[in-house]
Ligand binder design. Sequence first.
Ligand SMILES: C[S@@+](CC[C@H](N)C(=O)[O-])C[C@H]1O[C@@H](n2cnc3c(N)ncnc32)[C@H](O)[C@@H]1O
Length: 371
Amino acid sequence: MAFQFNFSIEEDLENKLIPCGDGTLTLDSSKEPPVSKGQKGKQDRKSSAELSDLLLDGLREGSSMGKTASSEDTDSPLSAADRSGDPETCEKQPFLRAAKEHAMPKDLNQVLANKVMEMLPGPQHVNVAVVKTILLKEQFPGENIVSKSFSSHSDLIPGVYEGGLKIWECTFDLLTYFTKAQVKFAGQKVLDLGCGSGLLGITAAKGGAREVHFQDYNSLVIDEVTLPNVVANFPLKDEGNDVNEPDGKRQRKSKVAQEECKCRFFSGEWSEFCKFVLNEKLFVKYDLILTSETIYNPDYYNTLHETVLRLLSRNGRVLLASKAHYFGVGGGVHLFQKFVEEMDVFETKTLEIIDEGLKRFLIEVTFKYPS
Ligand SMILES: C[S@@+](CC[C@H](N)C(=O)[O-])C[C@H]1O[C@@H](n2cnc3c(N)ncnc32)[C@H](O)[C@@H]1O
């Protein structure tokens, strides 16, 4: 299966991201400028592939997770521009970023503007979504998460940025597992929980899921990474790779794709997302929840557990991918499994252990007593 990816890089940017030894990223202005959409065919694809590899290497060396958000943070989750749930609740609990739904924009060319797209031949390949800091400052004053991430030298900042801008390693483990275990998506209602790039949900949709919902903490991630990736993958699924087609034609194709598998996009903190979707009169629970690298922070286990409890259908299952341990934040597979055991609602089964350096796990979570 092939994926289309997008990078969002401002065209006049003459900087290139390079990893520091500690797994963080920095900007190196001595490097060549990145590829723009218009130049795509002429450019040396190696540069973005190299960039991806560099970034992944940085990730493998160990990420500096777990920095706490400053209380003086002007772009806090309470930013009025980003509020659409219950403001009072959010006011009292500063880390409850309100949930909202992101509509599929009509103008798909706009979604793909300033994006550099690459075809990935398969799930073994690695790629990274990068959004340039200055571009974000101008366009997203309420959620300038990338510059915060850079300035704090962190892959995530709890309560501010939860890591969705890049593709985390375990996503690829799950993708490989889908193929190996011939996971069936046909006819299922699927949730890509903490979706980031959305590759898990995209795979489910390509596999015939009847409906796929994408959720990420950060609305910027949905707008700039998830949505463009879905748009890039769906309309072009069977019909070539030309993003420069007339608007009308692309919109028609997108509609076709949407009718095949209804995709919806949500941002916000898990409990807020939960409230948001359960508010819908005709809400139907998910048959399958896919989630990668979302159990790094033990502080979130309660909410995560509650979310799955409320949103998973009784006979449904969760496929979860995670590293054994997340240094700096303290979460990991064993701690999560212990938590689940203590709650006594679900049972977990280890599907696979990937024993390369820091162990990674794929686990299945199901109701202990399905109906
Ligand atoms: C480390 S990233 C992983 C992204 C993606 N699944 C991957 O593997 O590339 C963790 C993701 O979980 C989501 N997340 C983590 N904690 C969350 C919370 N408390 N509420 C909502 N989303 C959360 C974030 O949106 C973020 O994208």
